[in-house]
Design a protein around this ligand. Structure first.
Ligand SMILES: Nc1ncnc2c1ncn2[C@@H]1O[C@H](COP(=O)(O)OP(=O)(O)OP(=O)(O)O)[C@@H](O)[C@H]1O
Length: 310
């Protein structure tokens, strides 16, 4: 698999208030190969969304937003790229799926038209467009697509709207989809169905995926590799099974323990490897993360060492 995306030493400063600023992302490096699924996991405020939005060119448009480092997409440097270059990338190379479809969907435009607008212009002229729109809606796991295409976003359920976002994202035939908490707003069963659809769709199209979630179970079930973020930094990365079986960073260990508390609440886990379950069984219940003791460890999993030794 050749490399599609390489992010190196990415730092993002965002304005807060009149003069203040926050360094939301600090020195993040990551990579995605063609067809690979990569997870970014971490608690709220850890910098996952800002990282994802940087990659999709969707940070707030303000001269006070400062991005440094490098985002190389298919050999093209995007940090410092002009609006036209970004527009091109977003139109056909990178699709983004957000947590809240209603903020993304146009409330007064029919669903079919919104999918159609996402089809790159070169392909969008023929009579086949309508058929293509229906095909993308079906691919995203929706039924009765002809009728659905005529409906407006508020007429659909949350799960259906999220599938429409998947259809819009794949209609561009992007090389990469960045899905930011795509199922967080949905209840557990709908969440699983939408995740399965996303999983099947990217597999069918061979699209690379960056899946962003605070929920380690969601990311574990769908990705080949994981980056764990804390405080704007990547604190641990590695193949998903290695990170789950042998978490090196204390923060990752706390995240893993919190997955167990989800199971305690009766929430279904996705496909957690049995060895990970065994590790969880040996852990004390979720405890506070001792930041001072953990910092500034920057661990790469899968290079030996037991979780207890970290
Ligand atoms: N538009 C913005 N303007 C100013 N600060 C922002 C903006 N967006 C995010 N931040 C700040 O940047 C930091 C990282 O936020 P980010 O949204 O990337 O975190 P996250 O890990 O995705 O969390 P969540 O899951 O809650 O979105 C946070 O401190 C957040 O408050």
């Amino acid at each position: 698999m050749s490399e599609l995306l390489r992010v190196t030493n990415l730092a993002v400063r965002l304005p807060t208030g009149v003069r203040g600023e926050i360094e939301a992302v600090k020195d993040v490096s990551l990579s995605v190969r063609r067809g690979e699924r990569v997870g970014i996991v971490g608690e709220s405020g850890s910098g996952k969304s800002v990282t994802g939005r940087s990659i999709a060119g969707l940070l707030p448009a303000s001269p006070r937003v400062k991005v440094t480092g490098s985002i190389e997409f298919d050999g093209q440097e995007l940090v410092g790229a002009g609006p036209r270059a970004w527009q091109k990338i977003r139109a056909s190379k990178v699709g983004m799926i957000f947590q809240d479809p209603l903020t993304f969907l146009n409330p007064v435009m029919r669903i079919g038209r919104q999918v159609e607008e996402s089809i790159p212009a070169g392909r969008a002229r023929s009579r086949e467009v309508n058929a293509e729109v229906l095909e993308f809606l079906s691919l995203a796991g929706l039924d009765n697509v002809a009728g659905l295409a005529q409906r407006f976003p508020h007429e659909l359920s949350g799960g259906m709207r999220q599938r429409v976002l998947i259809a819009i994202a794949i209609a561009k035939r992007p090389e990469l989809i960045v899905a930011d908490e795509p199922t967080t707003a949905l209840d557990a069963t709908v969440q699983q169905r939408v995740l399965r659809t996303l999983d099947e769709t990217v597999s069918e199209l061979g699209t690379s995926l960056i899946l962003i979630s605070h929920d380690l179970a969601v990311v574990a079930s769908m990705t080949d590799r994981i980056y764990v973020m804390y405080g704007g930094r990547v604190v641990e990365s590695g193949p998903t099974t290695d990170v789950l079986n042998s978490p090196q960073h204390p923060y990752t260990q706390v995240l893993l323990r919190s997955v167990r508390s989800l199971t305690d609440d009766g929430v279904e886990l996705y496909s957690i490897p049995p060895s990970f379950r065994a590790w969880l069984e040996d852990q004390p219940s979720a405890s506070a993360f001792d930041e001072e003791a953990a910092w500034p460890v920057n661990a790469t999993s899968g290079k030996g060492g037991s979780p207890d030794a970290a």
